[in-house]
Design a binder for this molecule. Structure first.
Ligand SMILES: *Cc1c(COP(=O)(O)O)cnc(C)c1O
Length: 224
């Protein structure tokens, strides 16, 4: 892999997304710091990781002005590890996790932004609140002085069927709009809808996504 291409690809995607009102998170999981720095040198600042250990290591080693996003399922025993570095946690999928994020943020004296993850994909088990669970949950949100709930994150069904993917994104958009007009109306920070990956981001943006998480289309295939 020629890392120089990562920089050019990230820049092109970022400009394209910006012109459509969406922000690019470059998903660098499993890719080396050289790849990240190529995108960084092209002006990319938002990067996403989904494993706590890898996240913390990269955040310690790389420039301080990188805005770090955490994307994957976050185990409660890993919250402390990411807390000093993370700007936005996209994957809050339980009340327990949200309360733990609050207490860890309070412990180190900071405030952290989070998204609640919505489960709409109709295949295998994925993490997140169903739209119904979420609607109930936000009605009785606990007091969280060190957490700002910024919006929602979701993944669509991993299928080639454009209609079905669009339908998944559209359901999340509806929940997002309902919350903005209802339970979260008093919360001006609730402004973020994180949807779309390498293969489906145009469909997500068409449904109102304003944060897109792209890995493969920038950095190439991951080696697991
Ligand atoms: C890996 C990952 C992405 C990026 O996926 P690509 O298909 O490589 O663009 C986006 N969101 C989440 C939650 C991820 O784990």
């Amino acid at each position: 892999m020629d890392y120089k291409e990562c920089g050019a690809r990230a820049t092109a995607l970022r400009r394209q997304l910006e012109s459509q009102g969406a922000r690019l998170v470059a998903v660098s999981k499993f890719h080396p710091t050289e790849a990240i720095m190529s995108a960084y040198d092209g002006g990319q600042r938002d990067f996403g990781e989904n494993r706590a250990v890898e996240f913390a290591k990269k955040a310690r080693e790389l420039p301080d002005d990188i805005v770090w996003h955490f994307l994957g399922h976050l185990q409660t025993n890993k919250v402390r590890m990411i807390m000093p570095h993370v700007s936005l946690i996209h994957s809050v999928d339980s009340d327990r996790l949200l309360r733990l994020i609050e207490s860890e943020a309070a412990r180190i004296g900071r405030t952290v932004d989070v998204l609640l993850q919505v489960h709409v994909a109709r295949e295998e088990t994925k993490f997140g609140f169903t739209p119904e669970e979420l609607t109930e949950y936000v009605k009785e949100l606990p007091q969280l002085p060190h957490v700002r709930i910024r919006g929602l994150m979701a993944m669509a069904s991993n299928v080639d069927d454009t209609e079905r993917v669009t339908d998944d994104f559209s359901r999340v958009r509806q929940v997002y709009d309902q919350l903005r007009q209802g339970a979260m109306a008093a919360n001006p920070d609730f402004d973020t809808l994180s949807m779309g990956m390498s293969h489906d981001w145009p469909l997500a943006v068409a449904q109102g996504s304003n944060v897109v998480r792209i890995g493969t289309a920038i950095f190439g295939e991951r080696e697991y």
